[in-house]
Design a binder for this molecule. Structure first.
Ligand SMILES: NC(=O)c1ccc[n+]([C@@H]2O[C@H](COP(=O)([O-])OP(=O)(O)OC[C@H]3O[C@@H](n4cnc5c(N)ncnc54)[C@H](OP(=O)(O)O)[C@@H]3O)[C@@H](O)[C@H]2O)c1
Length: 263
């Protein structure tokens, strides 16, 4: 893909996106960063070797593709900006295409992308709304498992996929903490917890693994019974729903479909 990429917002996701582009052989000269603080600007220049500015207009002038990775609140506070002929690719949760078009008006194309942070290593999950540009789809496929989704469904991708990476880390972290609480040192706890998560994944049939390990009247069964009695799976579902609730908060009142999912 020719033409420059302007990444506006260089926090966790902005950096991951820059890594992803660089991994896909986009040259450093083709990427421009917009951030706010001196520390972040200097990191973009010194550690990434990229051009950086704190002026959003500079990025708009220089780049054909504007990748927005600001927090929603920061984006909403921006004044309306003309982006005639540019492609706007929003990575932001909870900002609708209609809001993007209002704020960044005159764009050639506007679409939304919801990636996991692991795009930085080429094994991300990327949900994107429709784009006419096949080159973007190729780029997303190079960042991991990419799939098109309706805008009405993209916050499900936010809650289940983008947030899901954090939820997965939370569960593993909790298991490591349990090992430490039993008296294993941190290194051993991490080794055991990670190995068990990896193995459970490689076995893949999770119900079968549960029933094979939790034999009738055995020790595992007691632990699983405790989880069932305390509705652990329900708590996990409610955590995902809570993220979805937050991501859809600004949809102008929950529509019927969203309300149904949140029941
Ligand atoms: N983190 C994730 O896993 C993830 C996944 C999917 C989607 N998202 C979405 O990505 C967006 C960013 O999330 P994040 O986790 O990367 O947040 P973050 O780490 O807090 O980064 C926000 C960035 O915005 C910059 N910024 C703030 N005000 C600015 C301004 N006026 N002009 C230019 N830059 C400005 C900050 O610059 P300074 O560093 O200079 O302060 C910072 O680099 C959010 O909308 C979120 O919903 C995040």
């Amino acid at each position: 893909m020719s033409k420059k990429f302007g990444i506006i917002g260089f926090g966790h996701l902005g950096k991951a996106f820059a890594h992803a582009l660089l991994n896909l052989d986009i040259s450093k000269e083709e990427i421009v960063i917009c951030a706010r603080s001196i520390q972040t600007l200097s990191l973009a220049e010194k550690e990434f070797g990229l051009t950086a500015t704190d002026k959003i207009h500079n990025v708009i002038d220089l780049c054909d593709n504007l990748i927005i990775s600001l927090k929603r609140d920061t984006f909403i506070e921006l004044p309306p900006i003309k982006v005639e002929g540019k492609n706007v690719i929003s990575l932001m949760a909870g900002v609708r295409i209609s809001e993007l078009n209002e704020k960044l008006y005159g764009a050639k194309e506007v679409f939304r992308v919801m990636p996991t942070l692991s795009i930085s290593r080429g094994d991300g999950i990327i949900g994107y709304t429709h784009t006419k540009n096949a080159e973007w789809i190729d780029l997303f496929s190079g960042m991991g498992y990419a799939f098109e989704t309706e805008e009405s469904d993209i916050e499900k991708v936010t809650a289940y996929s983008a947030c899901g990476l954090g939820f997965a880390a939370y569960l593993i972290h909790s298991m490591i903490s349990a090992g430490i609480a039993l008296g294993f040192d941190e290194k051993t706890s991490k080794e055991i917890a990670e190995s068990n998560f990896r193995t459970a994944m490689s076995f893949s049939d999770y119900s079968k693994t549960i029933s094979e390990v939790a034999t009738k009247g055995g020790v595992t069964e007691a632990g699983i019974q405790y989880m069932n009695d305390n509705h652990v799976n329900e708590h996990i579902l409610q955590s995902v729903k809570q993220a979805y609730r937050k991501a859809t908060k600004n949809q102008g009142g929950h529509n019927e479909q969203i309300t149904e999912y949140l029941r």
